[in-house]
Design a protein around this ligand. Structure first.
Ligand code: BDP
Length: 645
């Protein structure tokens, strides 16, 4: 993927959306998660010594669970803070029951090289996004089975052109320290699942869907919707006589629309719409959203016979939501109704696993979201595992999908290599996530130094590049610069600002917060009267169990008072409380959970403690304050003017 020529990337990589591996009548799936052989390569000699070609990695090796970040699995500080190459290896068998086998990594951080049976199979640069390769050529297809050895080398060193960037310092003579200009620990390794799946020789390679057209009657009931779609077929020996059938199934499995063109439209009468939970008159955040399934069947003859004998491939997307998105100068409309984002951002982060994907953590995350009545979060500060988006589709949680471009400074804005890589990541992220109804907006960066003069051209170029790919979503980036200093947001659709009044500025001065927040929002509004505004981060570090009355910084009382101090100013300009004059479309607390960072004098025991919940997912007092607020926000009917107590 990384080596796509840039001129070709728009076409080549955009069509290779890397469909989520799904089992079907024609596809087998096999998890390669489990314990792999693992070792550090502190001298960086593994590739020269061809460790990939040996039957075992050189000793000493240890067992490493996949998926997981390797950093916190042992008691060894050297592994915890290792910088450079590590190696993973495992053997497995492929039974010769399909003509094509694909090895897929849901993500690995950061630079990854993969060998299969001693031969180079794929390289990928960047964490947080999947990559895969057809490995059929490395296995013996004439036998009934093949023994396969997969060897993976991963380097977590960040540079000025990686996303996120990092800066390696080497002190006398070989002490290595990686400076990371962002506030989360640089966890590394095979942190998402490894999957082996099969397809036929000719196969459904990509599906792109757009549900941006719905007709409403005068009671605002949807009378019909148009889904446009495009199917890409992969494989070399293409027969001329391929035929494709696209069917949309409702939640009961009944076909409600179909088509036989590979690029066309489906018309759905009286559609059930997807909406974020708690929005207007729809389901509360504890109930599921309405989802359709798109079923694509590829036949190997042009006759109209749909016999299963002729089926070459079947792929289903089971999270199709019908909804529209539109921005006005003061509102974020979903299905032509004002939507107000409320919730807490998070990190992929938990005890022991680091950034390792874990279904227990995932499910707890969404259960807590339902409990909290949150209806939105940003995938700060990188694309999350696919499964988060699938759950968000299901429970009606809105997602702002973010690239890993956190910590960009003037150095990056003048680097063509950074811009090229940023574009590549945008393509990979949008190709992977565009079919999720929950994704309502793309954030292309977090807190870049956007008041640097060179930010103007960088973000203008990036916005122009992204807009045609954005699949109907608005684009933004998240700002820490001042309203009059920022150079780049003029090229984007929405203003998302992070502010820490009463914490990083005016520490301890809770009484100043309401005025500062109101001023801040009004200033942005004056400069950009045509763009809705959202507060994408606000929060205070809180040590659970620490109390002081009157409230002092770091206590649970302070977190309560701090968050509450922002809310009156939000409500004064809220687009749902004041439908005629409001322009403020959402509030996202920083953070849902305490999370790991580098050790520093600001981070007690290496944690950012701004969570509403601890890292073990237990509530601090502020979680109850926020639950109460979100329950009340959920009750607001947009046509009525209300204030929140
Ligand atoms: C914000 C950053 C976020 C940090 C947060 C903090 O966007 O990544 O974790 O500050 O310091 O500026 O808590």
């Amino acid at each position: 993927m990384r080596h796509c020529l840039l001129l070709l990337t728009l076409w080549y990589c955009a069509v290779n959306g890397l469909l989520y591996p799904a089992e079907s009548e024609t596809r087998q799936i096999r998890s390669l998660d489990g314990l792999w052989q693992f070792r550090l390569d502190e001298d960086g000699v593994g590739e020269t010594e061809q460790w990939f070609a040996k039957p075992n990695l050189p000793q000493p090796t240890i067992l490493m669970p996949v998926p997981a970040s390797y950093n916190d699995i042992t008691q060894n500080i050297t592994i915890h803070r290792h910088i450079g190459w590590v190696w993973y290896a495992r053997d497995f068998f492929i039974h010769n029951t399909a003509p094509r086998w694909v090895l897929r990594f849901q993500a690995a951080h950061y630079e990854t090289h993969v060998w299969v049976n001693g031969q180079s199979a794929m390289n990928h640069s960047g964490g947080h996004l999947p990559f895969e390769a057809d490995i059929t050529r490395f296995i013996s297809i004439n036998e009934s089975y093949s023994k396969v050895r997969a060897v993976v080398a991963i380097n977590n060193t960040l540079t000025s052109t990686t996303l996120p960037p990092g800066y390696l310092h080497i002190y006398n003579p070989t002490y290595r320290y990686l400076e990371t200009p962002f506030d989360f620990f640089n966890y590394a390794g095979i942190d998402r699942s490894v999957i082996l799946y099969s397809t036929s020789n000719i196969y459904i390679q990509d599906i792109a869907i757009d549900t941006q057209s719905i007709n409403f009657d005068n009671q605002h009931v949807a009378t019909s919707a148009i889904l446009t779609y495009s199917i890409t077929i992969g494989g070399t020996n293409r027969a001329n006589s391929l035929r494709v059938l696209i069917e949309l199934l409702d939640a009961n499995g009944i076909v409600v629309a179909n088509n036989t063109d590979s690029q066309s439209r489906l018309v759905v009468n009286k559609p059930n719409l997807w909406e974020p939970c708690g929005m207007n008159h729809t389901h509360p955040c504890t109930e599921e959203s309405y989802l359709y399934t798109l079923q694509v069947t590829l036949y190997n003859d042009a006759s109209s016979s749909s016999s299963s004998m002729n089926v070459v491939d079947i792929y289903r997307i089971s999270h199709i939501g019908i909804r529209t998105i539109r921005l006005t100068d003061s509102k974020f409309l979903v299905n032509e109704r004002p939507f107000y984002f409320h919730g807490a951002n998070a990190h992929e982060d938990s005890d022991i696993r680091g950034k390792g994907f874990d279904r227990v953590i995932l499910t707890k995350h969404f259960n807590l979201y339902g409990w909290l009545h949150g209806n939105a979060f940003r995938t700060s500060h990188y694309p999350y595992a696919d499964e988060f988006y699938q759950m968000a589709d299901r429970f009606g949680i809105a997602i702002i999908g973010e690239t890993p471009a956190v910590g960009l400074s003037a150095t990056q804005f003048v680097s063509q290599a950074t811009l090229d890589h940023h574009k590549q990541v945008v393509i990979e992220m949008i190709s992977r996530d565009r079919n999720h109804p929950s994704v309502l907006m793309w954030s292309l960066a977090n807190e870049p130094k956007s008041d640097a003069p060179s930010a103007k051209e960088y973000f203008s170029t990036l916005a122009n590049f992204t807009r045609p790919l954005a699949a109907g979503r608005p684009i933004t980036y998240v700002i820490s610069a001042s309203y009059n200093g920022d150079q780049g947001i003029q090229f984007f659709d929405m203003i998302c600002v992070n502010r820490y009044f009463g914490w990083y500025s005016e520490p301890g001065r809770l009484d100043q917060i309401p005025w500062l927040v109101s001023q801040e929002l009004a200033n942005w509004r004056r400069r950009f009267p045509n763009k809705p505004i959202l507060m994408s981060e606000y929060g205070a570090d809180t040590v659970p169990g620490l109390h002081n009355d009157p409230s002092f910084m770091f206590t649970e009382e302070y977190q309560n008072d701090f968050l509450s101090a922002y809310h009156g100013s939000f409500d004064n300009v809220s687009s749902i409380i004041h439908p005629d004059t409001g322009y403020f479309v959402g509030e996202l607390v920083w953070n849902m959970f305490d999370f790991a960072t580098e050790q520093s004098i600001n981070r007690v025991a290496g944690l950012n403690r701004k969570g509403l919940f601890t890292r073990q997912r237990q509530p601090k007092a502020a979680a109850f304050i926020m639950k109460n607020r979100y329950e009340q926000l959920e009750l607001i009917r947009t046509m009525e003017s209300k204030t929140i107590q």
